[in-house]
Ligand binder design. Structure first.
Ligand code: NAP
Length: 259
C-alpha cells in the first residue's frame, strides 16, 4: 500500500533504539525526512547513519533530553514544521508505590505525560494551519491492563491517554489526528533489562525467564520492533485521517478481553 507520506517531515522521540528507532525507520522507508532524538549522542548518530543508509532520506539527529524545555526547543529548531510527531522516551522504573515520593512521581509525570503534552502544544497549531498532522504517542499495554510493579507508568500514561482523548476530537476536522500505540512485549533493550530484573526475583537465568515470558504470550514470542514501526507508519499515513483518539494495543493477543 502506498502510504502517501513522501516528502513529509517527522520528529521521533527516543529513537536511537527500540520502538522509536523502528518507527523512524518505517517512516523513512516511506520517504519521510526524520529528525530523531535521544540523549546518548554516539548511539543516536549511529542510528541516524543506519536509517539514512537504508532509506536515502534526510535524517537529522538531535542529542537532547526530549522531556526538557531546552530539549524540545533544540528539536523544534531542527524541524520547525513537523507533519508527524512520535512522542516517545524511556519508561519509569518499577517498584512499590510506598517508596515513591513526590519527586519520583513528578519525574514520571514529566517523562510519560507532560513531555508528550508539551510537544503536542508546540506543534499542533502548525499542523492545523497546514491541514495535515499525525501525532502518535507510544504509551504501554499497562494503560489497558495495569502492571502492578509499574505503578508510575500505569498512572502517568493514563493521564496522557485521558488528555489525548479530549484533544483528538478537536483537531480531527483539520486532518490532524492523535492516537496512542500501546506496546505489549517487544524485543528491545528495555525488554531485556525488564526480563533480567524479573529473572533475578525468580532465581532464573535470563534465557529461561525470556522463554517463560514468551510462552505467556498467545503468539509464543515477543513482538518485533519493525512490526510496531509499520503500524505507526500506517497511523501516520493519508489513509488514517478518520482514526483519532484511539488506543491501539499491539501485544500478540496477550490482553484477554473481547474489546
Ligand atoms: P528502549 O529500547 O530502551 O529505547 C528507548 C529510547 O529512548 C532510547 O533511544 C533512549 O536513548 C531514548 N530515551 C530515553 N529517555 C529519553 C529522553 N528523556 N529523551 C530522549 N530520548 C530518550 O525502549 P523501548 O523498549 O523502545 O520502549 C519505548 C517506550 O515504550 C518506553 O516508554 C517503554 O516504557 C514503552 N514500552 C515498551 C515495551 C516493550 O516491550 N519494549 C512495552 C511497554 C511499553 P537514550 O537513553 O540515549 O536517551
Amino acid at each position: 500500500m502506498e502510504l502517501g507520506l513522501e516528502g513529509r517531515r517527522a520528529i521521533v522521540g527516543g529513537a536511537s533504539s527500540g520502538l522509536g528507532r523502528a518507527c523512524a525507520m518505517s517512516l523513512a522507508k516511506e520517504g519521510v525526512d526524520v529528525t530523531i532524538v535521544a540523549r546518548t549522542r554516539d548511539r543516536l548518530t549511529a542510528a541516524a547513519a543506519e536509517i539514512a543508509a537504508a532509506t536515502g532520506v534526510d535524517v537529522k539527529a538531535v542529542a537532547v533530553d526530549i522531556n526538557t524545555d531546552e530539549g524540545r526547543r533544540a528539536v523544534l529548531a531542527a524541524c520547525p514544521e513537523p507533519d508527524i510527531v512520535v512522542n516517545n522516551s524511556g519508561g519509569p522504573p518499577p517498584g512499590d508505590f510506598r517508596d515513591w515520593d513526590r519527586e519520583a512521581w513528578i519525574a514520571a509525570l514529566n517523562s510519560n505525560m507532560l513531555g508528550a503534552i508539551f510537544m503536542i502544544r508546540d506543534t499542533i497549531d502548525g499542523m492545523i494551519s497546514r491541514r495535515f498532522g499525525r501525532i502518535v504517542n507510544i504509551t504501554s499495554s499497562a494503560v489497558k491492563a495495569p502492571i502492578s510493579i509499574l505503578g508510575l507508568s500505569n498512572g502517568a500514561r493514563s493521564g496522557l491517554t485521558g488528555f489525548v482523548a479530549g484533544l483528538a476530537r478537536q483537531t480531527v476536522p483539520y486532518n490532524v489526528t492523535i492516537n496512542n500505540l500501546l506496546p505489549g512485549d517487544f524485543e528491545t533493550d528495555r525488554q531485556r533489562s525488564y526480563t533480567e530484573a524479573l529473572a533475578k526475583t525468580q532465581d532464573l537465568a535470563y534465557e529461561e525467564m525470556r522463554k517463560v515470558r514468551m510462552a505467556d504470550n498467545p503468539a509464543g514470542r515477543f513482538g518485533r520492533p519493525e512490526e510496531f514501526g509499520d503500524c505507526c507508519a500506517f497511523l501516520c499515513s493519508v489513509h488514517a485521517g478518520f482514526i483519532t483518539g484511539q488506543n491501539l494495543l499491539i501485544d500478540g493477543g496477550k490482553y484477554p478481553g473481547t474489546f
